[in-house]
Design a protein around this ligand. Structure first.
Ligand code: PNS
Length: 167
């Protein structure tokens, strides 16, 4: 494991796109650890709305306020990537019971693969517990209002991508 200064947490996910729920988690984790790396999975199977590079740009724009947070992408096993980056923690958020059911096998598998890396769960902020990237995209596609659910820069990009394509 490479030498790293302090405690490093990896916050992995699709972030297609980042929501205010994700950002709340990033902010809270940044206070608990020395460094947070938000890591986007490069997944060829999924059909994302935004490319990995676009998602990284959006994340870069919103994490500027947090000096100990950076953005990266990865493929392959998450725990191997975490180990390469000198991380000892994987951060995930829990909103409802369904999240727990999705997260538990991943956390246990990751622990089996590399027991030295802990998965840390933070409960979603109560104001954000209903937000998901999938629902945000659905609402905007159907003409609903998504302000207050994603950062303003992301709202602009979503409107351009989804509504702009129709114009
Ligand atoms: O935001 P998402 O899409 O729910 O994030 C899922 C993610 C990226 C955390 C998960 O798919 C993942 O860790 N993928 C990497 C592949 C891996 O390590 N798989 C085996 C352990 S479960």
């Amino acid at each position: 494991m490479p030498k790293q200064e302090g405690r490093v947490a990896i916050y992995p996910g699709s972030f297609d796109p980042i929501t205010l729920g994700h950002l709340d988690l990033i902010e809270r984790c940044s206070k608990l650890t020395d460094k947070v790396i938000v890591a986007i999975l490069r997944n060829e199977d999924k059909q994302p709305l935004f490319t990995v590079e676009e998602r990284m740009e959006m994340l870069d724009e919103v994490i500027r306020a947090y000096p100990n947070v950076s953005v990266d992408s990865f493929d392959g096993l998450l725990v191997d990537y975490a180990s390469e980056r000198g991380a000892t923690m994987i951060l995930r958020g829990i909103r409802a019971l369904t999240d727990y059911e999705y997260e538990l096998p991943m956390a246990l598998m990751n622990r089996r693969l590399r027991p030295e890396i802990e998965t840390i769960f933070l409960m979603a902020g109560e104001a954000y517990a209903f937000i998901s990237s999938r629902l945000v995209k659905e609402v905007i596609r159907l003409g609903g209002n998504i302000s207050g659910l994603v950062p303003p820069t992301v709202e602009v990009r979503l409107k351009n991508r989804i509504l702009g394509e129709r114009a």
